[in-house]
Design a protein. Structure first.
Length: 275
């Protein structure tokens, strides 16, 4: 097979994603592409099946039920920069039960990928994802989507990993009234293009959990600054601890590099995200 003609999204996204000519065929993961989160072992099925109520707006304004409680997350389809990276406010987009049209300003991530992306070979982090076009600050790039699994299943999968294996399980921790809500996403075997995004201590993407039709958060990545063509896309895998002296060595090569990848004590893995 000619890898340069291989669409890594299996034709399932708005835009095909190819790799550059340096990516070797054996690097292709045997994973199945999914465009959004799917239920995996141990997940709460009600969270997937219970549909959120919709608004009755023809054009959503200040009285829209979807944004009345927490405010508008978007302006001109770009996310409010204050939500990038440090969001404490949940974001609900208008959904399939809403009366508003698909061009509603409160519908962004549900429309999928709009930027031309490419898989490439990094020097020492395996594969990575880069942009082929300029991306403006606040633009939605892609989700980090995969199987939603329970803590026990995440621990079981992490325990099975060898030290040299790449880890794809992301823990999202959202602070809410009743404590910390944890979501475990594993795109290793069933995942979208987000699985190829590497960690950086000075990233150009920020993660925001966003809900559309159900309470299962979509883990959404937005540009936190203007990004130039061919820049590698990256986000922070977890809280950076400059005093951390062990763990997986970080090769992000940025000025602010702490030397090691973030580490999740609960999973004993080097991948989590605390909001
Ligand atoms: C979600 S995957 C990212 C895509 C991966 N590079 C690939 O080839 O499929 C996470 C893994 O990539 C590698 N990785 C990501 N960021 C890294 C970094 N800054 N330094 C070293 N390794 C990194 C680690 O092996 C990590 O477990």
């Amino acid at each position: 097979m000619d890898i340069n003609k291989f669409d890594w999204t299996e034709g399932l996204e708005n835009k095909a994603i190819f790799s550059n000519d340096k990516v070797l065929i054996f690097k292709m993961k045997k994973s199945k592409y999914v465009t959004q989160n799917i239920p995996g072992p141990g997940c709460e099925m009600d969270d997937f099946e219970d549909k959120l109520l919709g608004c009755q707006c023809l054009a959503c304004d200040r009285d829209c039920k979807c944004t009345a409680q927490y405010g508008n997350a978007y302006k001109d389809k770009k996310i409010d920069l204050t939500l990038l990276g440090s969001s404490v406010t949940p974001v609900f987009e208008c959904n399939s039960n809403c009366s508003c049209p698909s061009q509603c300003q409160n519908r962004v991530v549900q429309h999928g990928i709009s930027v031309q992306l490419q898989i490439f070979n990094t020097d020492n982090k395996g594969l990575g994802l880069q942009t082929l076009e300029k991306i403006q600050t606040g633009t939605f790039v892609c989700e980090y989507a995969g199987e939603i699994i329970s803590l026990q299943e995440a621990q079981r999968r992490c325990n099975k990993q060898k030290d040299t294996d790449m880890n794809y399980i992301l823990t999202v921790k959202e602070h809410c009234k009743n404590g910390i809500l944890k979501t475990f996403v594993d795109p290793d075997k069933l995942g979208n293009i987000g699985r190829y995004i590497n960690h950086s201590c000075s990233p150009n993407l920020s993660m925001v959990p966003i809900r559309v039709d159900t309470m299962v958060p979509k883990v959404c990545l937005f540009a936190n600054r203007d990004i130039e063509p061919l820049e590698e896309l990256s986000f922070v895998y977890g809280t950076l601890r400059p005093d951390q002296k062990t763990g997986t060595k970080c090769y992000c090569n940025s000025n602010g590099c702490t030397g090691f990848m973030p580490f999740d004590e609960e999973l004993k893995s080097s991948f989590y995200f605390l909001e």
